[in-house]
Design a protein around this ligand. Structure first.
Ligand code: ADP
Ligand code: MG
Length: 258
């Protein structure tokens, strides 16, 4: 459903701080894939999500989503098909607006702009039903200003907002990294539930190896802009930290002698 072919991306070309992040990198994502992406700092994980979302353009290569070439499509058009959640809970929601207003805004995403959504209460039960899935009591807080919510509640709300319009693709960039360990576990469970319930196709960057092993049907490890490990199906289901480490060792040994 998503295919990146021979993508090249260099930051600051021709300057002293030039950095080639992708050099003919390719990735094929199948419909319904829930891919956990791991890799060291600077591997290109965020850049990958940024070029898929359209936040960053590419120098060469092609990006195809559901048979449509989106390589040159601007971010504001792509965002109707692709939802994205970042690490910082402040970015996924609008803090000065209420839970209800945030949900209304997400629900109306891509529709004709109309201020009436800010006061409309007709979606009240629909929103409550969605919030109940979280089991955080947010359904009783529709009138609460989002800045009063905890980080975990905000990321969970952002997830509900992302899934409201049933995006074709959900991009998560270390969306639990700023949360305390316990909340991070809760938000991961919620993430998994939403992705499964809606059969979403998702790419999730995480620093948490346990999460990458536990969740998703596929694990991709990135290193210097390349996908050096890509396991799915049975192999992914039976993956352990030890197996992942030995896979990594195999790849490192091979690249050392090639
Ligand atoms: N907007 C940018 N301008 C210049 N360099 C960037 C930009 N975004 C990322 N980079 C560089 O590209 C490399 C990959 O970054 P990034 O994709 O953020 O890595 P990761 O998310 O895997 O830690 C890093 O060396 C980073 O410094
Ligand atoms: Mg990153």
């Amino acid at each position: 459903m998503l295919e990146l072919t021979n993508v090249c991306k260099t930051f600051n070309p021709g300057h002293i701080n030039e950095e080639k992040v992708f050099d003919r990198t390719s990735l094929k994502v199948n419909k319904g894939d829930f891919i956990c992406i791991v890799g060291s700092n600077g591997a290109g994980k965020s850049t990958l999500l940024n070029i898929i979302s359209g936040k960053l353009g590419i120098d060469r290569g092609k990006i195809v989503l559901d048979n449509g070439d989106i390589t040159k499509e601007p971010e504001n058009i792509r965002c109707q098909k692709i939802s994205r959640i970042l690490q910082d809970p402040v970015l996924g929601t609008i803090p000065s607006m209420t839970v209800r207003e945030n949900l209304s805004m997400a629900y109306n995403k891509g529709k004709k702009f109309d201020f009436s959504f800010l006061v409309s209460k007709k979606n009240e039960s629909f929103f409550k039903e969605k919030l109940k899935i979280l089991d955080l009591g947010l359904e009783e807080k529709l009138g609460t200003v989002v800045s009063k919510l905890s980080g975990g509640q905000r990321q969970s709300l952002a997830l509900i907002m992302s899934a409201l319009t049933e995006p074709r693709l959900l991009l998560l960039d270390e969306h639990t990294a700023a949360l305390d360990p316990k909340t991070s576990e809760i938000v991961m469970e919620i993430t998994n539930k939403i992705i499964k319930d809606k059969s979403l196709t998702a790419l999730m960057v995480t620093h948490n190896i346990d999460h990458a092993i536990k969740y998703g049907n596929r694990l991709v490890m990135m290193h210097r802009g390349q996908m050096i490990i890509d396991v799915s199906g049975e192999e992914k289901a039976s993956l352990t930290k030890e197996k992942l480490l030995s896979l990594f060792k195999d790849v490192s040994d091979r690249s050392l002698f090639s």
